[in-house]
Design a protein around this ligand. Structure first.
Ligand code: OVP
Length: 394
């Protein structure tokens, strides 16, 4: 085959730790390349990644958005009706969810979420030193998201464990995946229970999905699985998106100073952080027919690894892409994907991020790391286990 061959394993530990130092070689190799270790295609340039995301008819999701091809292997769990589905069934499921996770529902939640952010940040700033991940970004989403869904109180600590395993499972069955699987057994059992109508509280997003089912939008079994999507996608993503934003602000103190002077920039800071280091680093698609990319034929049934995070640092698209700059125009970034699958929870993530960063910026003059960032390796997410920080109250 007449295309560049890449021998680097994108799921190797040192690559997952610092993926960015490995993107340049792939980006220069060409618009599409062959990943020898997994016998799949890959793309890292912004234009091609975005085009593939938008072309959902030829780059499909229904055969899975991980390495496993659902046409050839049985999925490890019943496929997501959203993430791992194509039109027309995808669009029906998505319409239900758009009605549930709506701007109006978020508007109603915002005052309570703000109070919880204020109380948490008040306490952390009083401490002066804390772990930005363990004490803040792993805590805040858990103070707001499970209640919004209407989850049962008992066992919520399983949520993060479950999500870690789900995101590992999009990758190969490497050591990281297998370790996640060990932890996930009990968590998966809890999640299955938590998604059941009888275990959901009234007034939450979960029960709203079942009410849509009552009105004929889907079956009760499908409703359960849609609740599972919220639990899979809604926790580890926001925990690490916010963690990355805090890491970026400690790495680039001038950007913190801008935010501190104008806490209204919190939204922009979060968005730039998603561009600078996208929480979801990669997703696969599968070609539904022969597809030509820049003169190369991708045969029907090919898995294609799309590097969202690399696209968001393509110098063909972004000036000084490695620089975190909260004044930057970030529109078009693919950190939330693009096209029909574009993140359903993006407004939830933005609200959580905005509240957390705003309240911190209002209360602290400075924030600095007091020790090294510790990564938590995951096959899909660029995750942080620990980031010790000290703050100077405003
Ligand atoms: C990032 C996502 C991730 C994991 C699971 C699901 C969605 C799901 O729909 O189950 S989107």
């Amino acid at each position: 085959m007449n295309i560049p061959v890449i021998d680097i394993d994108p799921f190797a530990k040192d690559v997952l730790e610092n993926p960015y130092s490995y993107h340049e070689q792939k980006r220069e190799a060409g618009p599409v390349f062959w990943l020898e270790k997994y016998k799949t295609f890959g793309m890292v340039r912004f234009a091609e990644v975005r085009a593939a995301l938008l072309d959902h008819e030829r780059f499909i999701s229904g055969r899975g958005v991980g390495l496993a091809d659902f046409a050839k292997e049985k999925p490890y769990r019943p496929p997501s009706l959203l993430l791992e589905a194509d039109p027309p069934s995808h669009d029906q499921a998505r319409a239900i969810m758009n009605g549930v996770v709506s701007p109006a529902s978020l508007k109603a939640l915002e005052p309570v979420w703000r109070e919880r952010a204020e109380a948490l940040v008040d306490r952390l700033v009083e401490q002066r030193e804390f772990d930005a991940v363990r004490d803040f970004t792993e805590v805040f989403p858990m103070l707001v998201f499970p209640d919004a869904v209407g989850l049962m109180d008992e066992g919520r600590e399983h949520l993060l464990t479950y999500a870690m395993a789900v995101f590992n499972a999009f990758g190969p069955r490497n050591e990281i995946f297998l370790k996640g699987e060990e932890d996930a057994g009990a968590a998966a059992g809890w999640v299955a229970e938590a998604c059941r109508r009888t275990n959901l509280k009234r007034g939450g997003w979960g029960m709203a999905i079942f009410e849509a089912a009552d009105n004929g939008a889907c079956t009760q079994e499908e409703a359960e699985r849609l609740v599972r999507s919220l639990l899979s996608a809604g926790v580890d993503t926001t925990v690490n998106g916010l963690a990355t934003a805090l890491f970026a602000l400690t790495e680039f103190p001038d950007e913190w100073n801008k935010l501190q002077a104008q806490p209204r920039l919190a939204r922009k800071a979060l968005e730039e952080s998603l561009r600078w280091d996208s929480t979801v680093q990669t997703f696969f698609r599968t070609t539904s027919r022969d597809v030509e990319v820049d003169g190369t034929n991708l045969p029907e049934g090919s898995k294609v690894l799309l590097f969202l995070a690399a696209a968001n640092r393509d110098p063909r698209k972004w000036d000084q892409p490695d620089i975190f700059n909260i004044d930057r125009l970030t529109s078009g970034h693919v950190g939330f994907g693009a096209g029909i699958h574009q993140c359903l929870g993006q407004m939830v993530a933005r609200l959580e991020g905005q509240l957390a960063l705003t309240e911190l910026a209002k209360r602290c003059k400075k924030i600095r790391a007091t020790g090294p960032v510790v990564r938590r390796l995951n096959n899909t997410l660029h995750a942080i286990a620990s980031l010790p920080v000290a703050v100077e109250p405003a």
